[in-house]
Design a protein around this ligand. Structure first.
Ligand code: IPE
Ligand code: IPE
Ligand code: MG
Length: 260
């Protein structure tokens, strides 16, 4: 095992077996995660849903560390969708409070490890005190060049595309002939970020739930039944090992052969 992972991965553990199967030169550059199943995790234990969200925050810390240790450069976490406002007020308030606490406590960790925090989504509707914290930590970490953590908050994939169209329409003298996929991407919230190579969804749901609709056009998708609060480094490593077994063809065929 790589020397620098020895204090993170126990020798003789299942995690070690998985790490040993990894090819570090072919890790995904960008992993995106739909962190789902906090409520059902709690229900199974006869706990209030909030306990699921609380334990889910521990998974966030562990997955952030795992990605950074392995050398993954971008991690996008779907933390609050535009549709999540439909939930009871109390749950919505708790989710934002947990995020605020996370930022207040984790800012030192982000700085120490050279992590950069970025937010995607419509910011205007985010509660003011949380927005302030987010902007403080974004500013504090903006020049860091280790792992970039992208939090999708009040995020909707269709919103993002609509916002891009609006921005383009508002530009004076925009030359429509110059509009191609690359140009369009520059108007998305994810401008300057590479598309996810790997998308993970926990909890057994087999859907996208309005997440990164444009950017996942060619992402590999990995579903697991594990609920988010139970998703830790072992599951992350399993996803990465599976990812590396896949052949990403992008419509091409390999190897190119003579058809005659
Ligand atoms: C994911 O877990 C957390 C958020 C959507 C914020 P859920 O709260 O959706 O948990 P389930 O899907 O109800 O189990
Ligand atoms: C998707 O999970 C949103 C987040 C993980 C933040 P949901 O639990 O809100 O999605 P649905 O309702 O199962 O589609
Ligand atoms: Mg859910």
């Amino acid at each position: 095992m790589r020397e620098d992972l020895k204090d993170f991965i126990k020798s003789g553990s299942e995690e070690e077996l998985l790490v040993n199967q990894l090819d570090f030169s072919r890790l995904p550059r960008h992993v995106a995660v739909i962190m789902d199943g906090n409520g059902r995790w709690a229900k199974k234990r006869k706990l209030p849903r909030i306990e699921g969200h609380r334990t889910g925050a521990k998974s966030v810390r562990e997955i952030v560390e795992t990605c950074a240790r392995l050398g993954i450069k971008f991690l996008t976490l779907y933390a609050f969708s535009k549709e999540n406002w439909k939930r009871p007020k109390k749950e919505v308030a708790t989710l934002w409070k947990l995020l605020e606490d996370y930022l207040k406590k984790q800012d030192k960790v982000l700085v120490k490890n050279q992590f950069r925090l970025k937010v995607i989504g419509q910011r205007e509707a985010i509660p003011v005190s949380v927005k302030k914290e987010l902007e403080r930590v974004e500013e504090l970490t903006k020049d860091n060049n280790n792992l970039t953590i992208i939090l999708a908050l009040n995020y909707g994939g269709r919103d993002e595309i609509m916002d891009a169209v609006r921005k383009i329409c508002e530009e004076k003298d925009f030359d429509m002939n110059s509009l191609d996929e690359e140009r369009f991407s520059q108007y998305l919230y994810t401008n300057h970020l590479p598309d996810p190579d790997l998308l993970i969804r926990t909890s057994g749901e087999l859907r996208i739930s309005n997440f990164l609709l444009w950017q996942i056009a060619y992402s590999e998708i990995w579903f697991t039944k594990v609920f988010w609060p139970d998703f830790r480094k072992k599951q992350m490593l399993q996803a990465l090992v599976d990812y590396q077994k896949r052949e990403r063809r992008f419509g091409d065929i390999y190897p190119h052969e003579d058809l005659n």
